[in-house]
Write a protein that binds this ligand. Sequence first.
Ligand code: ATP
Length: 317
Amino acid sequence: MRSYSLIAPAKINLYLEIIGDRPDGFHELAMILQSIELADQISVRSLSTDNIRVHSNHPQVPTDKSNLAYCAAELMVKEFPDTFAKYGGVEITIDKHIPVAAGLAGGSTNAAAVLVGIDLLWNLGLTQTELEELGAILGSDVPFCIAGGTAIATGRGEQLSPLPNLDNIYIVLAKYRSLEVSTAWAYKTYRQQFGNTYIQDTASLVARANAVHSGPIVKAIANKDAADIAQKLHNDLERVVLPEYPQVLQLRELFASQAGVLGTMMSGSGPTVFALVESQQQAEAVKQQIRAAILDEDLELFVTRTATHGIKIASSV
Ligand code: ATP
């Protein structure tokens, strides 16, 4: 019996632009996604029985079919029934470090790790493109989580173009443990409030999505200029989340006022707020200053940095 242990990094959005509606009901997006070193550890192991089992050390993470990692295993069983019959079921263990429902793609990266892990466990030899195609069935962020690094994501977020790696940019993350923002609510509210500004015709929609490739933040990334990247952070969803969640707005303002902070933004649909910071030392100092300014144990703070990888094997037995 073999098992694999995988590192599953979280992501932040350096850029998130909502362009318009898609015929499938999702939004047409132009995003820049960035992996970070803050990661879950996922292990996958063959079982002698034919079921899928999920264990987790985190009370907010479901262990039933509503867990995206479970869905990933179920998809592999459906796609490769003969291999499943040969190898049997799968046990998935999730060691959670990424805050849950945080806009950091926690569930998506767990699903990505399970796809990669089962591919290895069952000797399928799938290519990265094949894994990403399977990932797109599970969720828009899953393909990026497999590949990781820095990338432009268009369409629903599943069409990826890699960008030059950004390493060693330090990040402070802040999230209230008990505060959750529903991704569905954020996009629905954005449509209600700003739907009249959406680009309507398909050609203009595609042109707008393509324009991100030559946008100013992409140039800053190509130059690996952290200060310039930090000045060009953007997230359309802040327009609906910040007015509704004053705690998120407060974190955003507090980060912006700290020495050493190059720029700050909400990640995805929130509620996590991140700050790009010049050095590890400054990141630790910013974390301490925020901790001293907000005396609330519900507030979680992390110092991490940009990662240049997606799902990575930690060990195999
Ligand atoms: P995204 O950035 O992709 O929108 P997120 O970081 O906002 O994701 P998740 O951490 O994936 O959000 O959690 C969203 C919900 O999904 C949670 O309320 C949780 O109950 C459920 N969930 C399902 N599977 C997982 C998983 N493997 N890890 C964390 N949450 C999961």
